[in-house]
Design a protein around this ligand. Structure first.
Ligand SMILES: [Zn+2]
Length: 260
């Protein structure tokens, strides 16, 4: 709520000084956590996200947050944009597939995200550590390296299972990102932090998840879905488009020529 209120103040300020300002946002509606919570509540993910959206809208009303459009990332516009951007990246050679090994809950028949696996740290033996890194000694590792791992969903011992995943090749965009940081207007400490990352190798980004998953399926892939953080930021384009369509304008006139 703090971030919504901060943005609302900025939007009101812009309007007050005579600028046109459209405030659009959306609920992040996808991912494993939403799928599991819906299952727990005995409803469909679609019902769950509709309930959550209604609660959020009431909260915004109570705090007088003045959205022009508060939409959902589970929308037809967002599906279209996600597919369009993915296909454009694929056509330019930014997408590649490779096989990875992941922790798998045999009881739930589900690949386990890092936070759904706990166990002993392989380095310092601290107990009850999550699958991505140790809070006690700070080392990072993959969930398959945990000692005596347990699924937090069922308590069962995860097996290792291989699956083909789709990756975005970030290394290929390194020069473009470096160039962007030279020209962008941003606070210096942020530019320095980002530049540090660009000095090392950029690991490819795993953008797919296996079924069952609540999200958009990846075009021409079998039972694979876009990872929630692929379509979540694209949701701003989708929400702006949805607002534009209802207000007889379009994204180009809002975001500038060739913005999409
Ligand atoms: Zn440790």
């Amino acid at each position: 709520m703090l971030e919504y209120v901060q943005t609302d103040i900025w939007v009101r300020f812009q309007r007050h000084i005579g600028n046109t300002c459209h405030y659009v946002c959306a609920d992040d509606a996808h991912g494993t956590a939403i799928m599991l919570r819906a299952e727990q509540e005995g409803i469909t993910p679609e019902q769950l996200i509709a309930n959550v959206q209604a609660e959020h809208e009431q909260d915004f009303k109570d705090f007088q947050v003045s959205f022009d459009n508060f939409y959902s990332t589970h929308s037809p516009e967002n599906k279209d944009f996600s597919e369009y951007i993915y296909k454009a990246c694929e056509a330019k050679g930014h997408i590649a597939s490779r096989t990875i090994t992941q922790a798998f809950d045999p009881e739930k028949q589900l690949f386990l995200a890092d936070r759904y696996v706990t166990g002993e740290c392989p380095k310092c033996s601290a107990q009850n550590q999550y699958g991505d890194g140790c809070d006690s000694c700070g080392v990072t590792y993959s969930a398959t390296e945990l000692v005596n791992p347990k699924s937090t969903l069922t308590g069962s011992t995860p097996t290792h299972k291989i699956s083909e995943h789709v990756f975005f090749n970030l290394e290929k965009s390194k020069d473009l990102l470096k160039q962007f940081l030279k020209t962008v207007q941003m606070q210096k400490p942020i530019v320095s932090k980002l530049s540090e990352w660009l000095d090392g190798d950029l690991k490819s980004w795993d953008i797919s998840r296996d079924e069952p998953y609540f999200g958009f399926s990846i075009p021409e892939e079998n039972n694979k879905y876009f990872y929630v953080w692929v379509d979540a930021p694209i949701g701003y384009l989708a929400s702006a488009t949805n607002w534009a369509d209802r207000n007889h304008t379009n994204l180009e006139s809002l975001w500038g020529k060739d913005s999409v």
